[in-house]
Write a protein that binds this ligand. Structure first.
Ligand code: ZN
Length: 343
């Protein structure tokens, strides 16, 4: 990509109110059957158009065809029973009713490949596609079969690799794995989390990214953040090993967070998607605020490796707020591009 500071989003964007209940996670669909299929495609087109109008450089599907970034992928796999639900603690933070692994997990057919082909047809811009990472997948399930988080993660990594290769063939430029669980289970991340992630991207020629955030702007997450103290140093635990990994891009939460920016020094050399938009507030950032976050990041990330981004997905926000934030991201990046051009 030639654009300096190419802008992007972490992935999800709000859905239109005719497709799903707005500002809600795991929002039920309002359409069914063929109408739902068509509705998801229409929503994808709208979401793409909004990203383009806001001036976003690396676009995505806004995750319009999925109810949730983890469960929708898992729903398409065999070996998981969605009627058998158990309550588990997600990322040690909040309880959720989740499906049960009842047998060997496998992918019988592609999950998002048709959606990705559809997106590819709509634009010549670079496109990014998000998949859940292996560790975050196992953390959103009850395992009644493998009885080993690590073993199940390796199985999911194999499945994700099959899907990722087909997404690459469909013309996806960047495949992103969402691993918010990397911010919680440090020992496991270093023992096998990064290894299973590398298995998921094995053999890919397109660019790969890992998104590690402090979660959607929902109450359970904002309450958890209050307990983390004045400096959030979680990234410090995993950056040394991530630097040595094969992953190309690391997507992080930076704006309005208490992550000390100097931690980015630990991954110098990698491309970084710097979160310059707070997804936990309805207040729309000014372009200058975005620019400020990017300027701080530029002390630790080389300009040709910095991609301005959102802290996390914006699915739980209103469409109006999300659009305002996308425009602020573009405008803020433009301010810094002009400054860099003058240097
Ligand atoms: Zn996130």
């Amino acid at each position: 990509m030639k654009t300096l500071l190419p802008t992007s989003t972490a992935g999800s964007l709000p859905k239109p109110s005719w497709l799903a209940q707005p500002e809600t996670l795991w929002s039920p669909w309002k359409l069914q059957g063929d109408e739902l299929i068509e509705g998801k495609q229409d929503a994808l087109r709208l979401s793409l158009q909004e990203q383009q109008q806001a001036g976003i450089d690396i676009v995505g599907d806004g995750e319009q065809s999925r109810q949730h970034f983890v469960t929708t992928f898992i729903e398409h796999l065999s070996g998981v029973d969605f009627t058998q639900r158990e309550t588990v603690r997600i990322r040690d933070r909040y309880d959720a009713s989740v499906p049960t692994v009842v047998g060997d997990v496998s992918r019988q057919k592609p999950v998002f490949v048709e959606d990705a082909k559809f997106l590819r047809k709509q634009t010549t811009q670079p496109i990014k596609w998000a998949l859940p990472g292996p560790m975050t997948m196992i953390d959103t399930l009850y395992d009644g079969h493998y009885k080993s988080r690590e073993k199940l993660a390796w199985e999911f990594a194999k499945i994700l690799n099959q899907e990722a290769k087909e997404l690459e063939a469909a013309g996806v430029d960047i495949i992103q794995f969402d691993e918010p669980a990397f911010n919680v289970f440090f020992d496991e991340v270093n023992d096998w989390g990064i290894a299973t992630l590398e298995r998921a991207l094995e053999g890919l020629k397109c660019e790969t990214a890992v998104h590690i955030c402090y979660g959607y702007g929902i109450k359970a997450n904002t309450e958890w953040k209050k307990t983390l103290g004045s400096e959030w140093r979680q990234y410090e635990e995993i950056f040394p090993k991530l630097l040595k990994s094969n992953i190309d891009i690391i997507s992080l939460e930076c704006h309005n967070s208490r992550v000390p920016m100097e931690l980015l020094e630990l991954i110098r050399g990698k491309k970084v998607m710097v979160g310059a938009i707070d997804v936990a507030t309805n207040t729309i950032e000014t372009p200058e605020e975005v620019a400020n976050t990017l300027r701080k990041a530029l002390q630790f990330v080389d300009a040709d490796k910095l991609c301005p981004c959102t802290n996390c997905g914006m699915a739980p926000l209103s469409r109006q707020v999300a659009l305002g934030k996308l425009k602020a991201l573009s405008a803020g990046a433009e301010i810094v591009r002009r400054e860099l051009a003058r240097q």
